[in-house]
Design a protein around this ligand. Structure first.
Ligand code: ADP
Length: 447
């Protein structure tokens, strides 16, 4: 009996121990498995989050439809690019594939078809691709939407530019052709000296016009390609404005225009390229002469306002209508094309002026009233302002980013030398930077 009880007890204790061991083993294993599942789910969620973030941050719209044509996903951008995102691919096609371009493309076995779509004044390219999506046996569809408004605008501008250039070149070319034909047909012997002289003058005018136009185009193309050579130096504005005005006196005189120039403040000086500055002044004053009637009045002011220099050309000529004033600096824009051509204008003058002013970190403003006259003001940063900007750029980045501020760097070096400061710009102490700013304020521009 005792043995029997001992056997039973041993059996109970052993099996209990085994059960306990097994339970703890399985519990531990489950825990490990749970952890693995948890890690995997976290990984999947993380990956999904990552792709959602990537999708959301894209400038592209992305929409995906499964093989049975049901919307799988779309990112935020896609919602802003097209009017609506249908739940079924077939509705998507009904709405956006009005010309059947997508359907016929896929019928012809194309893997990708593109269509253009305009929404809220912007142009989009919808590129629809047939793609096998994960786990799906058949192909679904992915639609990538790209904003192409800028490309379309640039393309349009390029086309207009070519059309304008051809048109502008054709006018003087026709003149040259007509008058040379007239000379050839009549023969020099049969024409009077007066008439021959007239024809040759016309030929000369035509070639001059073509030359001006080509020079203007070349200058613009150099500006566009950052290939314009500028020699930026400190320039006193008053003498240069005076010399430009004097050069145009005879033109103004022909129309009995009263011409006066005023120096409003002492020695306005800026970092500038001399020939670019001359081009800006000559162009503005020349326009005033062209677009002002006989016995009109033109005034040119030169001055300084706080730390900027300016020159202003005002006339009491024909004026520019308010509604076109925003267009006036565009290439080939003219209020009255025939009038402009009669004056030998190319319609590129103000576009060049604007580009050159931008190159000097300046600004051009226009006030004008039709029938009363126009008032153009060019403002450029004065020497001290440019030196301050240059010092700021040097201490922040170690170098100057612009030709104008680069020109001020030499003067800053001199100033630092005077103050006994080593020109290691990025490692200057605050008190050294303060001393330099102060020195700029009290310094006289050095020539
Ligand atoms: P253009 O060679 O035709 O003079 P611009 O680019 O210099 O070309 O000027 C563009 C247009 O701006 C001119 O055709 C003219 O219509 C207008 N414009 C420019 N300056 C004046 C002005 N001072 N008064 C009136 N209109 C002006």
């Amino acid at each position: 009996m005792g043995i029997f009880i001992a056997v039973v007890l041993t059996f109970i204790i052993t099996s209990g121990g085994c059960a306990l061991f097994a339970r703890s083993y399985f519990l531990r294993r489950k825990k490990v498995e749970d952890r693995a599942v948890h890690d995997m789910l976290e990984h999947v969620a993380h990956k999904q989050n990552e792709s959602q973030t990537v999708l959301a941050s894209l400038n592209l719209g992305v929409i995906a439809y499964s093989s049975d044509g049901i919307l799988l996903l779309n990112n935020q951008a896609s919602g802003q690019m097209i009017e609506e995102i249908p739940h079924y691919f077939v509705d998507f096609l009904n709405k956006y594939d009005v010309d059947q371009k997508i359907r016929s493309g896929f019928l012809l076995d194309k893997r990708q078809v593109e269509i253009n779509y305009i929404y809220h004044d912007r142009s989009y390219r919808l590129s629809v691709q047939k793609r096998k999506l994960a786990r799906d046996k058949n192909a679904g569809h992915i639609i990538v939407i790209q904003d192409i408004t800028r490309q379309i605008r640039e393309e349009q501008q390029r086309k207009e530019f070519v059309a304008n250039v051809s048109h502008e070149l054709k006018t003087p070319l026709t003149t040259i052709k007509t008058y040379s034909e007239s000379l050839l047909d009549w023969g020099i012997d049969e024409k009077s000296r007066e008439s021959i002289k007239k024809d040759i003058n016309k030929l000369y005018d035509g070639s001059l016009r073509m030359e001006t136009l080509i020079d203007d185009l070349l200058l613009l193309s150099r500006i566009d390609g950052n290939a314009i050579y500028t020699r930026i130096e400190k320039i006193e504005l008053l003498p240069i404005v005076r010399s430009c005005v004097e050069r145009l006196y005879p033109e103004a005189d022909k129309k009995h225009i009263e011409f006066s120039s005023y120096a409003v403040s002492d020695k306005p000086i800026a970092y500038a390229d001399r020939s670019a500055l001359e081009r800006i002044i000559l162009n503005l004053v020349n326009n005033s002469i062209k677009y002002t009637q006989e016995y009109g009045e033109i005034k040119v002011y030169v001055g300084m306002l706080v730390d900027e220099v300016y020159f202003r050309v005002t006339d009491n000529g024909i004026g520019i209508p308010l509604e076109v004033q925003d267009n006036i600096f565009k290439r080939f824009y003219r209020v009255d094309a025939t009038g402009s051509r009669a004056h030998g204008g190319t319609g590129l003058g103000l576009a060049i002026v604007k580009e050159l002013v931008d190159l000097h970190l300046g600004q051009i403003d226009l006030k004008s009233e039709i029938g009363k006259g126009s008032d153009f003001t060019v403002t450029l940063p004065g020497v001290k302002k440019t030196m301050r900007t240059a010092l700021y750029e040097l201490t922040e980045n170690g170098s100057c980013s612009h030709n104008v501020t680069k020109a001020a760097e030499a003067d800053l070096n001199l100033l630092a030398e005077k103050l006994g400061i080593m020109a290691k710009w990025k490692s200057l102490k605050k008190r050294e930077v303060d001393a330099l700013f102060k020195a700029i304020d009290v310094s006289e521009p050095i020539f």
